[in-house]
Design a protein around this ligand. Sequence first.
Ligand code: SF4
Ligand code: SF4
Length: 302
Amino acid sequence: MHDDNHAIVFDVQRFSLHDGPGIRTTVFFKGCPLRCAWCQNPESWHARPEIAFYRHRCRGCLECLPACREKAIVPYVDRRIDYTRCTGCGECTDACVQTALRVVGRVWTVADLVSELVKDSDYFEESGGGITLSGGEPMQQAGFLRTLLPELKRRHFHVAMETCGQFVWERIERLLPFLDLILFDLKLMAPDSHQAFTGCSNGRILKNFARLSRVFSHLRARLPVIPGINDSRTNILNTAVFLLKNGQDSICLLPYHNLGESKISSLNTDQKRLGIKPRTAHDLDRVKVLFEANGVKATISG
Ligand code: SF4
Ligand code: SF4
């Protein structure tokens, strides 16, 4: 479904202020190799369009039922889609006047995406902003980026990429000349904890970070601070040691919020509710102080 000219994107968000310098337009690619327990965007996990069902909007009329050729509409109170049959075609969404059904993710060509992004050129120019590739994991659609990025470069756009770091090195190597900034999210330093909370070991991620830090001068480390999971003294100290060993002396702390959990009931996901409260500014300050006591300058994202 995605190739050198087609990508699955689930959102193009304008006027973002936190994904790089200036005013940015953020492109959210669908598909991710990680399954972070705290994921804010569980709709990004699968690299295909999916149907979301918003139960609070549904009035149970079943107008959607005859629209589905796959017999994937089910007549239960709390469930409308049989995801084992649903292809994500979206036919049922037109039948639902309540907008209780929505397709998440659609296929974009390079030309379509470029013409969408060009609309924001004035904002980029005035604010020193640009485009941020996010997700999901943009590197899951590296073939598409190989075609897209030269087009953006040709138009002199500042391009940042947010990544979880789980990618094949040879694929990013070819993209580096077209990137102005890489925002690289570290999560947990202990391999077993990383495996337990993200479904993936951190071996390749740490190796990729180390390689990038040697060859790419605009690499920025970030840490989503997840209360009780990765904000321990040990994880902070080990992260600081790792950064300094790789010539990085700063990190951006991303506060946790549980917005992702509100999406769980609408999606076909096995994500569990963590039930943890976002930390206060004071708690984030403690993490910041710990980093700084260990030689790493920390900023807190707004
Ligand atoms: S058409 Fe919409 S409101 Fe009616 S049953 Fe289907 S999902 Fe619910
Ligand atoms: S998205 Fe397509 S296959 Fe899935 S329930 Fe709707 S009509 Fe059926």
